[in-house]
Design a protein. Sequence first.
Length: 351
Amino acid sequence: MFRFIFILSFFLTLYANDFYAIDYHKELKVLEAFDIEPSFLYDQKMNTLFLKTSKEYQDDFLDSIERAYIYIPAMKNILAQNNIPEEFIYLAMVESHFSSLTVSNKEAVGIWQFIPETAKDYNLKIDKYVDERKDIIKSTQAASKFLKNLYKKFKKWYLVIIAYNCGAGRLEKAIKKAGSDDLMRLLDRNGSFLPKESQRYIRKVVAYTLMGNNDDFLQKREHIHFLNIGNSYSISTIKLPSGESLKRVSKLLNIPFEDLRSLNRHLKYEFIPPSQKRYSVYIPYAKLTEFKERYFEKAIQNCYKVHIVKEGDNLKRISEIYDVSYISLVTLNKLKNSKLTEKQQLIIPTK
């Protein structure tokens, strides 16, 4: 009886004057995926987090899902291939709101928020032309390997979530100090073991996962299509030659350029790196047939490279070095004047 009253009051408060039905079995399945005991549903701080300014959290959740709708199926598939619960997509949501453009104050970048050192450990390339921390597929593959390594160490998925936030070493110290790896013990109300940020982090991941599994909520917020997100839209990988322009591909396939660009934020510029004979680019799966029918390799008059401005450089000197016109440098780089700064990057058309 107490449990029923608690759950009823929880969801009535959660959505203010609008009641969303609860599927208790789905809620338990979420906790089971993270190796969390059912009693965590009654965690007061998680409920407070979930309830506080609930419309703000709802809107944040829905905006994030909408942003990633086309590539969430691909992320789920990669997680499944690595035997990681698909619920871990909500960890990525908490990390970055599913935006490849997210950058933290610790220089973590991309959907999974890799810092440069960890990116290097998991073979994500960062150079003048690409930052694969922003690559939807490669970064999810790297994150899956990272999550698997954490699971080998800690043996419980909720510990993996915490370690992803605060680091394995910090979590090991917390477990040792607490004398237990029990979640409620680690989430001591006095904050004796884990940083407050990590305590809030695990609760937010669980809260968003519960929200994502509430069919009634999605239906009443007119996002019922999210229920089919696992088997509807997705993306395909194509290989493009050195120097190929994303703008040309977008015109050939009738894809709005910004839509294509948003799937390929790992490219720092709007062309395939000149150092690569072929390189991976992503398009909507629905456009794959058109790509096969319409795409042809055009003899490209210009490839592109990047010049990093050094002390003493000026546009006239750079144009002479690369045998390109002064005007083309100004136009291509959208320069407002001829002033350059040290370490500034300029796109150079090269024959």
